[in-house]
Design a protein around this ligand. Structure first.
Ligand code: NAD
Length: 500
């Protein structure tokens, strides 16, 4: 993070910031066809930052036509991979060159601490775009092991027009995980950011154009899920839809895709991550700090949030005291203060949802050990204290439903088998973690957990080299790594008779 920037520096920069607030279609910024706009609110103050174009089906249609035209023209698809690479690398460099502005936009838009957006979100998005740029001219197609009279070629081709619909918790990073592999493989892309977080997507649209991505190849449509999102899901000329968001919305999108043109759909959905601490954990302090970070980082607005802390009974109290201490040190503050570790909840809807779950936890008999209330109300912002429940049963609402807020449920267990049973008793299977000093136990647990990612003696680690995605109702397909490219490409077999 840029150490030179103080709280005051960020506040001053924020006051002088301007916003891109029109849609980006066919290489140009434009109002929504309806002329409608919606409010973009700073969750740390409750104040309106700007108004943004509210796209609907007419705008979706225009963007899809532009994307299709660009795809068919070959202006991007048919470039040699090393050329697409050059442009993607420039795109990544431009994001890096504007890293402070982008981090600030993200923080103002969703309330996350500036220390996180400048060290994780903005540079992470650049790193992702660069990683796919670097990869694309190193991927080879295949020749099948056929007889001598035949040539069996297995080649990959871009799928066409790709819609990417993303959530608000890591607005630009989640977008990058999709537009990186989708663009680099030659597709035309339409990105719909969440209505709660449109600002960085619109900013990088201008940077993509500046980098040399041809008109129509990258479009950004701000708007609501029920309008712009649904119109993309139902559009007959969208070939593929990559979605990150809630499981409920994911199911609806699959229905809309099926009812329209059976576009390919890829789903990165919710989670209810179990974080299992065994009594033979090699470092209880490290595990306690990680357990607090796992649920309070990004205000708990994490698909991978370690929202279920499973602790072996013999060490429960000892561990919990340390987690509570670590949680207290993450009390929320002004997101523009570089020392803030937890910021504001994204909006009043989400705030009410989180407070509703805290109430449900109390009603169902869980014991509140930390927080449990809205704080810093005088700021006009939407802040919730780090909240820890103890004596939670895995059947309680707070242990089953995704809260997407800073609320931890502590559940105790006695044996490895019981820990696995509780961990897997969930609709979700996005991620899981286990802490043990016993290698055999670590492998046994890792194999037994039904989750797309398992962390051993750490939490929320990973980089672009490893795939990310869920089992069960946490989704299908994988973001990140070379696996993600497969989602945006068709595989073609060309069988050539060499005997004639
Ligand atoms: P959401 O499902 O409400 O919205 C996500 C996106 O879908 C938004 O852009 C929204 O406008 C759009 N949308 C809503 N209804 C739609 C519809 N009917 N048709 C098409 N688009 C529609 O989710 P959210 O509240 O923005 O994000 C939180 C969710 O995202 C959580 O469940 C979280 O776990 C999940 N998430 C998952 C991952 C992952 O990689 N698995 C990563 C981040 C977030």
């Amino acid at each position: 993070m840029n150490k030179a920037f103080t709280h005051d520096d960020w506040r001053q920069r924020a006051a002088g910031l301007s916003f891109h607030n029109q849609a980006f279609i066919d290489g140009a910024f434009a109002d929504a066809a309806s002329g409608k706009t919606f409010e973009c609110v700073n969750p740390a103050s409750g104040q309106v930052l700007t108004r943004v174009a509210e796209c609907g089906s007419e705008d979706v249609d225009r963007a899809v036509k532009a994307a299709r035209k660009a795809f068919e023209s070959g202006a991007w698809r048919d470039l040699p991979p090393r050329e697409r690479k050059r442009i993607m690398m420039r795109f990544a460099d431009l994001i890096d060159e504007h890293v402070e502005e982008i981090a600030l936009l993200e923080t103002l838009d969703v309330g996350k601490p500036i220390g996180d957006s400048i060290s994780i979100d903005a540079p992470g998005a650049a790193r992702c775009i660069r990683w796919y740029g670097e990869a694309i001219d190193k991927i080879y197609d295949e020749i099948a092991p056929t007889g001598v009279d035949t040539l069996g070629m297995i080649t990959r081709e871009p799928v066409g027009v790709v819609a990417c619909i993303v959530p608000w918790n890591f607005p630009l990073l989640m977008a990058a995980w999709k537009i990186g592999p989708a663009l680099v493989s030659g597709n035309s892309v339409i990105l719909k950011p969440s209505e709660k977080s449109p600002l960085t997507a619109l900013r990088v649209a201008a940077l993509a154009a500046e980098a040399g991505i041809p008109d129509g190849v990258f479009n950004v449509l701000p708007g609501f899920g029920a309008d712009a999102g649904k119109a993309l899901a139902r559009h007959p000329d969208v070939d593929c839809l990559a979605f990150t968001g809630s499981t409920v919305t994911g199911k609806q999108i699959m229905k809309d895709a099926a009812d329209s043109n059976l576009k390919k759909v890829w789903m990165e959905l919710g989670g209810k991550t179990p974080n299992i601490i065994f009594a033979d954990c090699p470092d209880l302090d490290a595990a306690a700090r990680a357990a607090a970070f796992a649920i309070f980082f990004n205000q708990g607005e994490m698909c991978t949030a370690g929202s279920r802390l499973l602790v072996e009974e013999s060490i429960k109290e000892e561990l919990l005291e340390r987690v509570i201490k670590a949680g207290e040190s993450m009390f929320p503050g002004d997101p523009l203060d570089p020392s803030t570790r937890m910021g504001a909840i994204v909006d009043t809807l989400q705030l009410d949802r989180v407070m509703g779950y805290i109430e449900a936890g109390k009603q169902e008999g869980a014991r509140l050990r930390l927080g449990g209330e809205r704080v810093l109300g005088e700021t006009g912002g939407y802040f919730v204290a780090p909240t820890i429940f103890d004596q939670v049963s895995n059947r309680m609402t707070i242990a089953q439903e995704e809260i997407f807020g800073p609320v931890l449920s502590t559940i105790s267990f006695r044996t490895l088998e019981e820990a696995l049973e509780i961990a897997n008793a969930s609709l979700y299977g996005l991620a899981a973690a286990a802490w043990t000093g016993n290698l055999n136990k670590a492998h046994k647990v890792a194999r037994g957990l039904r989750a797309g990612t398992v962390w051993i003696n750490c939490f929320d680690e990973g980089d672009m080299t490893v795939p990310f995605g869920g089992y069960k109702q946490s989704g299908n397909g994988r973001d990140k790594s070379l696996h993600a490219i497969d989602k945006y490409m068709e595989v073609k077999t060309t069988w050539i008779n060499l005997a004639l």
